[in-house]
Design a protein around this ligand. Structure first.
Ligand SMILES: NC(=O)C1=CN([C@@H]2O[C@H](COP(=O)(O)OP(=O)(O)OC[C@H]3O[C@@H](n4cnc5c(N)ncnc54)[C@H](OP(=O)(O)O)[C@@H]3O)[C@@H](O)[C@H]2O)C=CC1
Ligand SMILES: O=C([O-])C1=[NH+]CCC1
Length: 368
């Protein structure tokens, strides 16, 4: 027996830094990875006899929060079994990973991001740590992509099905132009070919200069992507929401920002602010009227325990039922308000972390 038997003799885990993640992660590939994550959670939640054998499964507890002096540390472990790595590919993988992420709101005053994290990817057969993926950009793309997937399945697909040419165009409102607000706006612009043409983007931020900065970013983005949208910086949240088909709220607010009277009758909202305060950004009169969809029942039981609204179910279950008879559909009633109440969940980081790791291995295969 080797003297190293049962000791940690293997090489160090890969470290995939923020710049590499930016190069490797593509919006459309991330979209597929997030769909796999949503579906895995809802397939797992089904009665075992009703599970779809060809769909992934998962395991993830509600995340834990550790309160420190300046902010919180979230521990988000998860496993996704038998997920497809790419659309149209038969290759499947099982991935065990854990994201550790901190939210320290005063960081902005010293020029640091308020959210900082890493995804730890383990070998799902041996449990050995294989890679550490920096997860600031990753969290930006995966959170915005979760909203894109929810918007697509709950709002845009039904809308596209009602138009003769199968395309739709939207007016988008971004309430909160921090990192997440920016990533959401870019995500909607970059996925126009697959989801919906963006014709107008309205921006509001508590500190107006940040909305002006995002307008500049989106003007550059329009040139890069050959898009033809107008961007407006708004003085009030009401003005920002006016006539919007799709709204994103991505703030650290502990108080309501969006009221029912600001909204069109038919609108989809992605309420992303979470972590320290939950379901704080929308007023109760919005929750009184809307249909709420969540990412993860287990997390919602803990973090949305005080939410008074009609919670219809998980986005993954909507996707799983898409080809079922209409009476089994979980889609929102047409013409009303739908809300994706995004908490963020570990399985999103599992499938997107694995995507980055696989792409890194492919890009560096000559050095392995
Ligand atoms: N659902 C999910 O999966 C995830 C959710 N999040 C959450 O998204 C939110 C935004 O995160 P991120 O963009 O990374 O953070 P940033 O620090 O980059 O941006 C924070 C934004 O919130 C605004 N804000 C803070 N407090 C208030 C307030 N009281 N009223 C109005 N606006 C306010 C800030 O405005 P100003 O510029 O004026 O300071 C800024 O626009 C946070 O709640 C975060 O926890 C983050 C990651 C994942
Ligand atoms: O899911 C996530 O990564 C987070 N949700 C709220 C803060 C960070």
């Amino acid at each position: 027996m080797s003297k190293h038997a049962a000791t940690n003799t293997r090489s160090r885990p890969m470290f995939i830094d923020e710049d590499q993640v930016k190069q490797l992660l593509d919006w459309n590939e991330a979209r597929y990875a997030i769909e796999q994550s949503f579906v895995s959670v809802s397939n797992q939640a089904r009665d075992p006899v009703a599970r779809f054998a060809d769909q992934p499964v998962s395991s993830q507890p509600a995340r834990t929060f550790v309160q420190a002096e300046g902010g919180v540390l979230l521990c988000m472990p998860g496993f996704v079994g038998q997920h497809r790595l790419a659309s149209g590919s038969s290759d499947r993988a099982s991935t065990l990973a854990c994201k550790l992420i901190t939210s320290f709101r005063k960081n902005a005053s010293i020029g640091l991001p308020s959210i900082n994290g890493e995804v730890f990817v383990f070998n799902s057969t041996t449990g050995k740590l294989e890679a550490i993926v920096e997860a600031n950009h990753l969290t930006g793309i995966r959170t915005a992509t979760a909203s894109l997937v929810a918007t697509d399945h709950l709002f845009l697909r039904p809308a596209r099905a009602r138009t003769p040419d199968g395309t739709v165009s939207i007016q988008l409102g971004i309430v909160g132009c921090g990192f997440q607000g920016m990533m959401h706006a870019i995500g909607f612009v970059r996925t126009q070919a697959a989801l919906a043409r963006v014709r107008v983007i309205r921006l509001w931020n508590r500190t107006p200069g940040r909305a002006t900065q995002l307008k500049e970013v989106l003007t550059e983005e329009a040139k890069k992507t050959g898009s033809n949208y107008s961007v407006f910086v708004c003085d009030t949240v009401e003005d920002c929401c006016r006539d919007c088909d799709v709204i994103v709220t991505a703030t650290g607010s502990s108080e309501p920002l969006v009221y029912r009277s600001f909204l069109k009758p038919n609108v989809h909202i992605n309420a992303v602010g979470a972590g320290e305060f939950h379901h704080a950004e929308l007023a109760q009169d919005v929750y009184d009227e809307c249909q709420v969809y969540i990412d993860h029942q287990e997390g919602a039981r803990k973090e949305l325990a005080t939410l008074r609204s009609n919670i219809v179910g998980e986005v993954g279950e909507v996707i799983l039922r898409e080809n079922r008879p209409q009476e089994e559909s979980l889609l929102p009633k047409p013409g009303g308000i739908s809300v994706f109440q995004s908490l963020g969940m570990a399985t999103e980081d599992v499938t997107v972390g694995r995507l980055v790791y696989e792409k890194y291995l492919k890009a560096h295969s000559d050095q392995m």
